[in-house]
Design a protein around this ligand. Structure first.
Ligand SMILES: *Cc1c(COP(=O)(O)O)cnc(C)c1O
Length: 472
């Protein structure tokens, strides 16, 4: 029987598909080149098999990070020309302060040169030596600043976060029982604050639910404990709440963001992520006395409290970026692109962290290279192999990033051994995502012949940035 010709009605069904698209068009381009396989092999060897040590010119598609790699809009570039470079009281500071108050809802703003500058200030002021700092997993620079201030990190994230195959919709949630047990054991006075991160980077970009932050607020209020938020990717977290949590489907990203922040006492920010700029950060709090202390300390480490290490033009770009990053169509396209890549890899049965997170695809290097022990750096190896295959730059998030226990000096052996393909905002097209997926596929096909790495140089702090490796 020959298939019947499509009628208008069946065509209507066939063509009912509706895609998302970027809510922008391209006005300026930057050429990309892929260097030869021999040149890539040499570049990787010179970089000690660490993708952080590659020269950017040797990279084709750069998925090292979404930090500071966003494309700014024409409005942001126009804002750069309106920089008021006064040492004190720049008008751009007041624009930024108003944007943070408006969209994040905190009273007081302290600008910083980037997120870690803000983390440093908050850690120094809010942690007393020997106090615990419970958090939903950790972030590299956050934990280090907390430890340098004498804090003891305690992981209170839900167990599902450590399982790359768990489909829990909010794997970033705090396990309130774990937190309550810590408070019972150590006493509320020995908890500096709860360090809560939106879309937990190290767990694969996994969100925290509104219900969880509300319950966290209730628990910490009973004990008089503060909650400070790592708001770096909180806009992406708001998207997942809108999509997955009942009662939020009709609320805007901006409204969800503001409600979430209202359950916390303050936040620090790497504006290089959600806020769509190439450099910058900020710290915002509600408490007047705490603000006084932070404002005093910022002049020691960053700059006067109305610029905090930033040029006036940078603050203007952040202020405009804040407005742009909370637009629903922006966030939908941003996460839509990440999912497009993740869906391709999932269809091809390549092991990645599920559910797909907000800013990156995390390849599960343990399942990719089951024949490699963790001390053979499977995730670092996978990043190296991807670069050799196609000049694509990824990053390790496994044993090298986890560093060593400051007390025992042993390696941390994290459950998650991941290679991160991080998608810059508003930079690459869907065709670039196809090229990336196809390269991952090729590396996967060759997985059984792949040998691991050994570390040949280990820096003392945040070793993953500058460590060197060699083939085993
Ligand atoms: C990037 C990042 C930071 C640190 O910010 P920088 O701007 O790189 O100093 C802190 N927390 C999270 C979750 C981050 O992703």
């Amino acid at each position: 029987m020959s298939p019947s010709a499509p009628t208008l009605q069946t065509m209507g069904q066939q063509f009912s598909r509706r895609s998302w698209a970027e809510p922008w068009k391209i006005k300026m381009v930057e050429p990309l080149h892929m260097i030869s396989p021999a040149a890539r092999a040499q570049a990787l060897q010179e970089a000690g098999y660490n993708t952080f040590l590659l020269k950017s010119e040797a990279v084709y598609i750069d998925l090292l990070t979404d930090s500071g790699t966003s494309a700014m809009s024409d409005r942001q570039w126009a804002g750069m020309m309106l920089g008021d470079e006064a040492y004190a009281g720049s008008r751009n500071f007041y624009h930024l302060e108003a944007a943070v108050q408006n969209y994040y809802g905190y009273n007081y703003l302290v600008p910083a040169h980037q997120g870690r500058g803000a983390e440093h200030l908050l850690s120094q002021v809010a942690i007393q030596r020997g106090q615990y700092v419970p958090g939903n997993m950790y972030f590299t620079t956050t934990r280090l600043h907390q430890e340098l201030a004498g804090g003891i990190f305690a992981d209170v994230i839900v167990d599902e976060a450590h399982d790359p195959q768990s489909l829990h919709p909010f794997k970033g949630n705090i396990d309130l029982d774990k937190l309550a047990a810590l408070i019972a054991r150590e006493g509320a006075a020995n908890i500096a604050y709860v360090s809560l991160a939106g879309t937990v980077n190290m767990a694969g970009g996994q969100p925290v639910s509104m219900a969880n932050v509300k319950a966290l607020r209730a628990l910490t209020d009973r004990h008089g404990i503060k909650v400070y938020l790592d708001a770096t990717r909180m806009v992406e977290n708001a998207f997942f709440i809108q999509e997955r949590e009942s009662g939020y489907a009709d609320k805007s990203i901006a409204a969800i963001l503001k409600e979430f922040c209202s359950y916390t006492d303050g936040a620090w920010m790497s504006a290089k992520k959600d806020n769509l700029v190439n450099i910058g950060g900020w710290l915002a709090v509600n408490d007047t006395a705490l603000y006084e202390e932070l404002r005093n300390l910022v002049v020691v480490y960053e700059g006067l409290h109305t610029y905090g290490g930033l040029a006036g033009r940078d603050m203007e770009a952040i202020a405009i970026g804040i407005e742009e990053c909370v637009q629903d169509d922006h966030v939908r396209a941003r996460i839509g692109q990440v999912r497009y890549l993740g869906d391709l890899l999932t269809t091809w049965q390549i092991p990645i962290v599920q559910p797909i997170g907000g800013h990156a695809i995390f390849l599960d290097a343990r399942r990719f290279y089951p024949h490699l022990a963790q001390i053979q750096f499977p995730a670092q190896t996978l990043a190296a192999e991807l670069y050799l295959d196609s000049g694509i730059r990824a990053m390790e998030r496994g044993i090298a990033s986890a560093g060593r226990d400051p007390k025992t000096g042993d390696h941390h052996y994290p459950k998650l051994e991941l290679t991160r393909l991080t998608i810059p905002r508003r930079v690459y097209t869907q065709a670039h995502m196809d090229v990336v997926a196809e390269s991952v596929h090729a590396v996967y096909e060759a997985r059984e012949q792949t040998r691991g790495l050994k570390m040949t140089h280990e820096p003392k702090y945040l070793r993953f940035f500058q460590a060197r490796f060699a083939r085993e």
